[in-house]
Write a new protein. Sequence first.
Length: 35
Amino acid sequence: MKFDTPIVQTTFQSPLGTMIIAATAKGLAGLWFEG
């Protein structure tokens, strides 16, 4: 699978644990809990 749009990600420390947030120029691509 090839994506033309780059995907960037960062982590966020929430009260429920570490979350991984991914986004493209078009908006939110995904949101996961680490582990």
